[in-house]
Design a protein around this ligand. Structure first.
Ligand SMILES: O=c1[nH]c(=O)c2[nH]c(=O)[nH]c2[nH]1
Length: 295
């Protein structure tokens, strides 16, 4: 094989989705959420891995990922810059490492006023609307999507059937996170009420129901959000809601001699649960209003 010049070697773990819950308030009532997407890269004396398959200097990308979670547990996250500097200090001290590169995206969450442990992703919600006519009939749909909400406690999931392929553990305390899509049908085009006002009311009702519901399943939370929207707005005839269940897995830090009392999570990307339902007032079916809608 030709002896080419090898350069720009680096390796690391891309997009470690770290969620760190700080439960440090004296009475545990107010959680602080750090939600980061962390990428690590190490530079150094790693050439023989490329040229000869000799991994004796290679800090496995899996180890780099574990280090992200373990250092989050040990040092907390603080600001993204501070956390990246914690990683940098750790890795610069390791053998064969001559340089490091770390990146983080931080996803911001606002507290939902109802309690200390429910959050909504800042500045994300997208408002949606459709209108169509059939002869003299006019149908109006309103909606929202990307309403990303999370509660760091107040969510359980148990009592589901178990068969030979069931491995999911029952839990009485988990993170519940989703990105709500909802579409509602106006019973009739609005005359005296503003669509803006209805949107604000529905948005607030759904967000409030998410926070207020002590959830035994995302299904139950969806029902509560739909009912809250219909209760808050007499102009709505029905609402369709679809929610991905964005799973957060507690990271096992025991191999690193660390406990993890519900603080450090892997925010899994996929697969995710997908759960939906329609809530309607009785006797108000109007299937033509939904013509042409995706799904
Ligand atoms: O709230 C949930 N509903 C489910 O149907 C489900 N299924 C699952 O694996 N986890 C969850 N969580």
């Amino acid at each position: 094989m030709s002896d080419y010049h090898l350069s720009d070697l680096q390796h690391g773990k891309a997009e470690c989705r770290l969620v760190k819950v700080d439960r440090s308030a004296a009475d545990g009532s107010e959680h602080v959420l750090h939600d980061l997407n962390v990428t690590t890269q190490l530079r150094g004396d790693f050439a023989t891995a490329y040229t000869a398959g000799d991994n004796s200097h290679v800090h496995a990308t899996d180890t780099q990922k574990n280090t992200v979670f373990a250092l989050a547990r040990q040092h907390g996250v603080g600001s993204p810059e501070e956390f990246l500097l914690v990683l940098a200090e750790h890795w610069r001290a390791q053998p064969w490492v001559t340089g490091t590169w770390f990146a983080a995206e931080q996803f911001a969450w606002d507290r939902i006023p109802a309690n200390g442990h429910s959050f909504v992703r800042s500045g994300q919600v997208t408002r949606t609307a459709w209108a169509q006519t059939w002869g003299e009939d006019t149908y109006v749909l309103g909606g929202l999507k990307d309403l990303t909400v999370l509660k760091s406690t107040g969510s359980e999931f148990h009592g589901f059937p178990r068969d030979r392929y069931t491995s999911l553990a029952e839990t009485d305390d988990r993170i519940l996170a989703t990105s709500v899509s909802a579409t509602w049908r106006y019973a009739a085009p609005l005359q005296d009420t503003s669509y803006d006002g209805v949107f604000d009311t529905v948005h607030e009702a759904m967000t409030g129901a998410f926070a207020d519901t002590h959830s035994l399943a995302l299904q139950q939370t969806i029902h509560a959000m739909g009912a809250a929207a219909l209760d808050a707005c007499a102009d709505l005839a029905e609402i369709r809601i679809s929610c991905p269940n964005r799973h957060h897995f507690l990271v096992d830090l025991e191999p690193f001699g660390l406990d993890n009392p519900g603080e450090v999570f892997l925010a899994a990307d996929r697969p995710y649960g997908l759960i939906s339902a329609t809530l309607s007032r009785t006797g108000v079916d109007e299937p033509r209003a939904w013509t042409g809608m995706p799904g």
